[in-house]
Design a protein around this ligand. Structure first.
Ligand code: ADP
Length: 355
């Protein structure tokens, strides 16, 4: 089989991994282009880390091939794959100073001493850690330790950087800072492909060029953050990437779905029989519509949440289904039990597959 990946890049070609009888990664086909950040996003246990470890060479596929830069590396040991790896727990050597930690991979590869010094200096510079070269890991904060771990991964000049929940051990403020730093690194390293495992949709939406959504050992969906958000392929993706109203209805033909007695016009998707319509909460307005292209659902207010800049208002329809609207902070707040209409445009309603 030919590959589109020439320099750098990762390709999973029908990769399956099993532990005993349990398949934990099921025939994964996925390409990460050179210089692309691909997030593997999904709930715990969906097979994300297993996929990453198959690229690193720490798990052996039961079938399929892993290619890096177009080269089949399935049989190669980890240190010959040209990868750098960063994990959640930093995994620095506690008895080595920062510079020796960063030099570790280069020494293991028996690089000449002067090259090691230059690469270590570059990697520390890139991660903003030059001033800490002579410290021990215990003398650094969690965020600084993670920067050193990233410097260590970069020092070997990998074509591929594997990141496994790299921010999960950090507090929220630091996570935001580090996410911005990783974005900057991505821009500074335009040829390095990154595979970024996370269960956090905001990290994936912020950093990734594309997101691969995983569930129960399988790839469910893959696309740019915008594509997945605007046109999720499945109900699972819709609820995992952003928040979603998923309304069960009956397909009436050409773009019309009946939901709780109301006829809705939808933007895209096909169906027969029962279908699920996805509408994002922030695309729903309160009250009767004023345009012709607008869907209306009427019901009773069952939930109100104030979120600072916005209100979330939940309305139960006649059939018991609930729709939540997220609207800018309201001057006049509806009361629980009040009859209320909500409306949205046909362009913002999409039929999604049931996962
Ligand atoms: P994720 O990264 O999405 O949380 P993992 O890839 O770590 O998921 O795990 C997928 C499944 O494989 C889980 O059910 C996990 O329990 C199982 N698993 C992972 N590693 C092993 C192992 N060494 N032995 C047996 N089962 C494992």
């Amino acid at each position: 089989m030919t590959t589109t990946t020439t320099s750098g890049g990762i390709r999973f070609d029908g990769v399956s991994v099993a532990y005993g009888d349990t398949v934990v990664l099921d025939s994964l086909d996925l390409t990460v282009e050179p210089g692309e950040v691909m997030a593997l996003l999904g709930p715990s246990g969906s097979g994300k880390t297993t996929a990453l470890r198959a690229v690193a060479g720490f798990v052996r596929p039961a079938s399929g091939r892993v290619l890096i830069g177009g080269r089949d590396v399935t049989e190669l040991p980890p240190h010959r794959r040209g990868i750098g790896m960063v994990v959640q727990q930093y995994a620095l050597f506690p008895h080595l100073r920062v510079d020796a930690n960063v030099a570790f991979g280069l020494k293991a590869r028996k690089a000449p001493r002067d090259r090691i010094a230059g690469r270590v200096a570059d990697a520390l510079e890139m991660t903003g850690m030059s001033a800490y070269a002579k410290r021990y890991p215990r003398e650094l904060s969690g965020g600084q330790q993670q920067r050193v771990a990233i410097a260590r991964a970069l020092a070997v000049r990998p074509g591929v950087l594997l990141l496994d929940e790299p921010l999960s051990a950090l507090d929220a403020q630091l996570r935001g800072d580090m996410l911005a730093e990783l974005g900057r690194l991505h821009r500074d390293l335009p040829d390095v492909s990154m595979l970024y495992v996370t269960h956090d949709q905001s990290e994936a939406l912020t950093l990734a060029d594309r997101i691969a959504v995983m569930d129960r050992a399988r790839l469910q969906d893959c696309g740019t953050p915008r594509e997945l958000y605007r046109s999720p392929g499945s109900a699972f993706t819709a609820s995992f990437v952003g928040s979603a109203n998923l309304l069960r209805g009956v397909w009436c033909g050409t773009g019309v779905v009946e939901v709780g007695g109301a006829r809705l016009r939808v933007r895209e998707g096909r169906g027969t029989g029962e279908v699920t319509v996805c509408v994002r909460p922030h695309l729903i307005g309160l009250g009767e519509p004023d345009g012709s292209d607008t869907n209306v659902l009427r019901g009773t207010v069952t939930g109100l949440q104030w979120r600072g800049a916005s209100h979330r208002v939940t309305v139960a329809l006649a059939d018991g289904a609930e729709v939540t609207a997220e609207v800018p902070e309201l001057r006049v707040v509806p009361v629980l039990g009040e009859r209320l209409a909500v409306h949205f445009s046909s362009g913002d309603a999409v039929v999604v597959a049931d996962a």
